[in-house]
Design a protein around this ligand. Structure first.
Ligand code: PAZ
Length: 311
């Protein structure tokens, strides 16, 4: 019998540029095959309502968790594959997103000619980020691939897993993307823009639980960390634990929609414990991802030491 996930791949065509992404992945892994490598997924997937897409279902994710975490993994010496939703936050450039970038600049006019300078109060911050970014570029330690739709994400995820599998326990999968739970199968989707002459009836199907083949078939020896987002606190830990029991991966980072930037719970087979930022840490601009990543890196080292066995 064909499983749900196989059926999904059979019915949703691969992105036109997948081969190009696969060759970038192969090359990246070949260059870093003696290193720890992390796949960070980031941002939300869209679910198109029409083949000629005018409208789609989206979600809230801004890519903060993923882009911030990617930088901390780089700090810990990892090579990073950053699989992100197009136009969401990216490592390094996230520091200059939106208006904040313009506020960092000033105009100076000399002999009637304007030129752009960095405001003195931002010079240190910008040069720190720029130095790190240039160094990472030089070392070729960051590979960025992007997706927009659910199908693009799932195809890229599978290809990335195939590329990572030979690294065995040295690979971490840090699955922070907010992946759609429901979708319209390709063969049920309207070809053209849905008419607004009457209320449409749209039937959504469940997206296959991709952690299942990912853990059991694609990267069975890797250190897999999934994320669980809830809005009802009473469900958070039990849902995270259900996922661990079902997919048998390493751990779940559980977070609530409104407190996700200051509080998460790390849920493993044996226990769960919180990671939180205090008020003063928040005021000082500290990022919770620094602590999450430091915690995972320690666990990943122990995992490699024990040859990748989930106990
Ligand atoms: O991208 P962001 O920083 O706005 O949000 C991060 C997050 C809440 C999407 C992530 O921490 C997460 O929980 N991802 C998994 C969501 C889920 O499918 O349950």
């Amino acid at each position: 019998m064909v499983s749900n996930w196989e059926d999904f791949y059979a019915k949703n065509p691969r992105p036109a540029d997948l081969e190009q992404s696969e060759s970038l992945l192969k090359d990246f892994i070949r260059r870093h095959d003696d290193r720890k490598v992390v796949l960070v997924t980031s941002g939300g997937t869209t679910v198109p309502l029409e083949h000629n897409t005018v409208r789609f279902v989206d979600n809230f994710s801004a890519g903060t968790r993923g882009s911030v975490s990617a930088e901390y993994f780089l700090d810990h010496g990892y090579a990073v594959i950053f699989l992100h939703r197009l136009k969401t936050l990216e490592p390094f450039s996230r520091h200059f997103a939106g208006h904040s970038f313009l506020n960092m600049l000033d105009l100076k006019t000399e002999n009637g000619k304007p030129s752009v300078i960095v405001s003195p109060e931002y010079t240190e911050q910008i040069s720190q980020v720029l130095c790190k970014y240039k160094e990472i570029l030089k070392q070729g330690k960051l590979l960025q691939l992007n997706f927009t739709t659910l199908a693009e994400y799932l195809w890229l995820l599978r290809s990335t897993c195939k590329a990572l599998a030979p690294l065995k326990s040295r690979a971490i999968l840090y699955l922070a993307a907010a992946v759609s739970d429901f979708y319209i199968p390709s063969n049920e989707m309207s070809v053209h823009k849905i008419s607004s002459s009457g209320p449409p009836t749209i039937a959504l199907h469940l997206v296959p639980k991709i952690l299942e083949p990912l853990v059991s078939l694609w990267v069975p020896e890797a250190f897999v960390v999934s994320f669980k987002l809830e809005t009802d606190e009473n469900l958070l830990i039990s849902k995270a634990r259900d996922a661990l029991n079902k997919y048998k991966h390493y751990l779940v980072v559980a977070n609530m929609l409104h407190t996700r930037k200051e509080h998460v719970v790390i849920v493993s087979r044996d226990d769960n414990y919180p990671i939180s930022l205090s008020k003063s840490q928040i005021a000082a601009g500290e990022e919770i991802e620094q602590q999450i990543v430091a915690d995972l890196v320690k666990k990943h080292d122990a995992f490699i030491g024990s040859a990748g066995k989930v106990t």
